[in-house]
Design a binder for this molecule. Structure first.
Ligand SMILES: Cc1ncc(COP(=O)(O)O)c(C=O)c1O
Length: 427
């Protein structure tokens, strides 16, 4: 219904300019491969809730404690979302209001530490996120971040250096230890982080932004029993609307609630909260674990195909939805920026990404990051992922040949036609 209504609905009549832009974007999503590791295709039900009348409602506060009237229904919507989030993660409490993963992290840091406190996190150039202490982000400006990194490259290398985490924790006595990453293709085991945090009397924040869907699908260990606070995004492997959330064990819920509102945000986006509830409901269904397993199997198939084409895999493979490749093994003159542009012309959408010890600056990089979550939602399997690995290599080899790239885009388009994403994405 949703997808039928949108192309010819009120938007087309009232605002053809914006309507035609949305149609263009639908066509782009339909004809090209979505391999951005932080993206997915939300279901028609999620899209419908996101576009619902709840966008009209102000609801500062929490269920039963709002600052405006008229929230009886909204309260029930948010309660459904919170209850489903608790069930999904096996958590004692949940806050579903953060507008994004960054806001979830900001709230968690505000609740767990004071400005100026020391926080331990993964280096940004080795897979950490902006909110884990970038000097241009609130995190790096408000807190004193100390970073751990990965072990050196080599067999079994490029893994989180847990000895360094322990050494740094003992030396720096941080208020908070953060685990979690934006470009790390391996499982992050929460247990050793919890032990280190406990030893030095730090709080443990697990940022599950990327892997939330793999956690609730039962593929990755659930950090909730180990961490004081777990933050996540709802739009990546969890396949919901754009947004964030926080869950945890008993004890810190009230502090997190206060940090989100009034600490950080005003009125929650209740239409997005409703869509989060829908996505959590989808993830609670038994078939979601099959999806999560297929996401990882597909990433492994893509990784294998890329390795066969001569692209070095950071850490030698993947346990996640994400593949990080080092372009230097393929062609030392090829940088991430040129590679990303060539792929896009061939209809393959991915992002350049710094690799550990990258000699090139962050805006250029020597790596590419791919993700399997979206095309798995569209129904692709390992066979297609293997073929995509070959298409990527052909595009990179033909990067200076515009006509060859355009021809490849045609091939990519034919593949995409066979795997339309659910709902309006490619409608
Ligand atoms: C590890 C990690 N934390 C937080 C975020 C922030 O999420 P958002 O973009 O929704 O603010 C991301 C997003 O990529 C992430 O990878």
């Amino acid at each position: 219904m949703t997808e039928q209504r949108w192309p010819d609905g009120p938007l087309r009549r009232e605002d053809p300019e914006v309507a035609s832009l949305l149609a263009e974007e639908r066509a782009r999503q339909r004809r090209t491969l979505q391999l951005i590791a932080s993206e997915n295709f939300a279901s028609p039900a999620v899209l419908e809730a996101t576009g619902s009348v709840l966008t009209n409602k102000y609801a500062e506060g929490y269920p039963g404690r709002r600052y405006y009237g008229g929230n009886a229904v909204v309260d029930r919507v948010e309660e459904v979302a919170r209850a489903r989030a608790r069930r999904l993660f096996g958590a004692d409490w949940a806050n579903v209001q953060p507008h994004s993963g960054s806001n979830a992290n900001a709230a968690a840091l505000l609740a767990l530490a004071k400005p100026g406190d020391t926080v331990l996190a993964l280096r940004l150039d080795q897979g950490g996120h902006l909110t884990h202490g970038s000097p241009v982000n609130f995190s790096g400006r408000l807190f004193r971040f100390v970073h751990y990194g990965l072990t050196p490259a080599g067999d079994g290398g490029e893994r989180i250096d847990l000895d360094a985490v322990a050494d740094l924790a003992r030396r720096e006595r941080p208020a908070v230890v953060i685990a979690g990453a934006t470009a790390y293709p391996r499982v992050i085991d929460p247990a050793p982080f919890a032990a280190i945090a406990e030893e030095v009397g730090a709080r443990f924040l697990f940022d599950a932004a990327h892997v939330a869907g793999l956690v609730v699908g039962g593929i990755h260990p659930n950090p909730v029993p180990y961490a004081d606070v777990v933050t996540f995004t709802t739009h990546k492997t969890l396949r919901g609307p754009r947004g964030g959330g926080v869950v945890g064990r008993a004890g810190l819920g009230e502090a997190i609630d206060r940090a989100v509102f009034p600490g950080l945000q005003g009125g929650p986006l209740e239409h997005v909260v409703a869509a989060k509830a829908v996505a959590f409901g989808e993830a609670l269904r038994p078939d979601f674990s099959g999806y999560a397993a297929q996401v990882v199997a597909n990433a492994r198939a893509l990784a294998g195909a890329l390795a066969e084409e001569g692209l070095r895999l950071v850490s030698g493979g993947t346990d996640t939805h994400l593949v990080l490749v080092d372009l230097r093994s393929f062609d030392p003159d090829l940088d991430g920026r040129v590679a990303q542009t060539a792929l896009e012309r061939a209809g393959i959408v991915a992002n350049r990404n710094a690799i550990p010890a990258d000699p090139r600056p962050p805006f250029v990089t020597s790596g590419l990051r791919f993700g399997s979550a979206a095309e798995t939602t569209a129904g692709m399997g390992e066979e297609e992922m293997g073929a995509i690995g070959g298409l990527i290599a052909r595009a990179l080899r033909a990067r200076e040949d515009g006509r060859a790239l355009d021809a490849l885009a045609g091939e990519v388009g034919q593949l995409c036609e066979k795997f339309p994403p659910p709902g309006a994405g490619r409608g």
